[in-house]
Write a protein that binds this ligand. Sequence first.
Ligand SMILES: C[S@@+](CC[C@H](N)C(=O)[O-])C[C@H]1O[C@@H](n2cnc3c(N)ncnc32)[C@H](O)[C@@H]1O
Length: 285
Amino acid sequence: MNSVPQNDEKLREAVRTRYAGAALQVLGTATTTGETSCCGPACCTPGANAENPITSDLYTQMELGNIPVAAALASLGCGNPTALAQLLPGEKVLDLGSGGGIDVLLSAKRVGPTGFAYGLDMTDPMLELAEKNRQEAGVENVQFLKGIIEAIPLPDNSVNVVISNCVINLSADKAQVLREAYRVLAPGGHFAVSDIVIQGDLPPAFRQDMESWAGCIAGALEEQTYRSLLAAAGFVDIDVEVTRRYSLAEIAASGASATIDALSPAERQAVDGRFVSAFVRARKP
Ligand SMILES: C[S@@+](CC[C@H](N)C(=O)[O-])C[C@H]1O[C@@H](n2cnc3c(N)ncnc32)[C@H](O)[C@@H]1O
């Protein structure tokens, strides 16, 4: 078992390596075969994997019909923030950890030609894939930015909505990500994020498995901690809506089986049904 690095940059590097592999796999096969299984079960696993309890069936056929196949294949999220967020024509949207660009492209359509959608990601092959998908979709009101969500490369008060799909759990410094989201939002702006959340404490051993962290499980914020960090960043109207709840077997199937095998029976019972996909809403006053 690889341990989660204690150094923030080393953790980002491990996450980057994982998602670069996922993007390269889609870039390498999607154009020739039209299908790929992405990077296997330990990512926030691919939309192409219809059996994955976390990533399957997040988007409607109408939404998928409006975007390039490769954008759908690279979908590694755990929700559909663009469906749950209110996005109005003319608004500016920022997607934290935009991956292959699926939510950025869907947002761009929702905000229309007078609006704009930014995608921010730290992984070069993901940015390449996202830009390729943007060109294929023929969408002009989009820009993909390279950077880290802990230091967003946009000015203060510059966007109306911050979305994100299964990324904040991957960060080593979630408090900093939430402060940055608050900084770039204009007053009255909305935080509208899909993420994996745990309700209650996670056994410490769980937090240490890098496979499980990169798979969006081990880094999940505890629900009350998520609320507290949002409030500490300055957000109001905080709401955490559960969209899916997972059994231990489902969490094991999504890539955390080694970690789960190492738990005691009492620890297993404590986490069974406590992992959820949630839609996290908040507002900057
Ligand atoms: C689980 S994937 C989700 C991608 C996309 N949101 C989706 O729903 O398909 C995580 C993405 O976040 C990016 N990422 C992870 N941590 C990041 C960080 N600290 N800063 C910027 N990007 C990050 C990864 O490169 C990867 O593309």
